[in-house]
Design a protein around this ligand. Structure first.
Ligand SMILES: NC(=O)c1ccc[n+]([C@@H]2O[C@H](COP(=O)([O-])OP(=O)(O)OC[C@H]3O[C@@H](n4cnc5c(N)ncnc54)[C@H](OP(=O)(O)O)[C@@H]3O)[C@@H](O)[C@H]2O)c1
Length: 211
């Protein structure tokens, strides 16, 4: 059975995705920098690796056929951490994945990462980092799914989404639970082609929207 490395497994979407995969009896290697953050998660399908993404985390990829990168520096840090986590740690992860013959790399990017030039202000360095991380994966030769969610909310999962950007910017949102459920679907269904899509709360069941 496929073993999936989840990078950022202690984060909000990361932990939800970890639990969903474990409930589906999928083998998970959870990469965290503090394993106490997963003390409430217990499963025979789980192994935990404690790593700092600012260092070398190559060993975490051992025997993993699939990777979900859902780490991020967060909104309370500066451009230095955006550079080191959202960009450089993702670039390193793609390099390690290639070296370990990973079959599928799922990267959580962001709405706006397709065209950071369209944005001015505080979000631009973050979107440049996401854009360059996406490019590294696209050019790597590793099969990929890049998910670009809209603004994240903490609403409950509706399991209904859309990959079409809403006309109104204020509607370009998605709950973290919906993203996690989409990641579950992507990780547990065969991938024929690499793909990139944005993701928002919507009215189509995840299985149909994220084909
Ligand atoms: N906020 C939005 O509206 C929005 C929109 C689109 C996309 N996104 C993206 O969605 C993704 C997930 O969002 P989220 O809200 O679930 O994020 P989150 O809760 O902030 O989780 C981030 C994860 O990254 C980990 N991390 C950060 N630095 C690390 C390091 N040096 N070593 C190891 N792990 C490290 C954190 O570990 P700790 O638990 O130890 O801190 C945490 O597990 C992010 O990539 C974000 O950029 C966000």
């Amino acid at each position: 059975m496929t073993k999936t490395l989840i990078i950022g497994a202690s984060g909000q979407i990361g932990k939800m995705t970890t639990k969903l995969l474990l409930n589906a009896k999928q083998h998970v290697v959870a990469l965290v920098r503090d394993k106490a953050k997963l003390s409430d998660v217990d499963s025979p399908f789980l192994s935990i690796t404690e790593q700092d993404l600012e260092g070398n985390f190559n060993m975490a990829f051992q025997d993993c056929e699939q990777v979900i990168f859902v780490a991020g520096s967060g909104g309370s840090t500066g451009a230095d951490k955006t550079m080191l986590i959202d960009l450089w740690a993702a670039v390193k992860a793609v390099k390690y994945a290639k070296a370990h013959n990973v079959k599928h790399f799922i990267l959580v990017s962001s709405i706006g990462a397709d065209d950071p030039e369209a944005i001015s202000g505080d979000m631009k360095p973050y979107l440049v980092a996401k854009h360059m991380a996406d490019q590294q994966l696209i050019n790597s030769g590793v099969a990929y799914t890049i998910v670009r969610p809209g603004s994240l909310t903490n609403h409950s999962a509706s399991i209904q989404v859309t990959t079409n950007r809403p006309a109104n910017n204020s509607d370009a949102k998605i709950s973290r639970e919906n993203v996690a459920n989409a990641l579950l679907h992507i990780a547990t269904n065969a991938v024929n082609n690499s793909r990139i899509f944005e993701l928002f709360d919507g009215s189509t069941p995840i299985a149909a929207a994220v084909k």
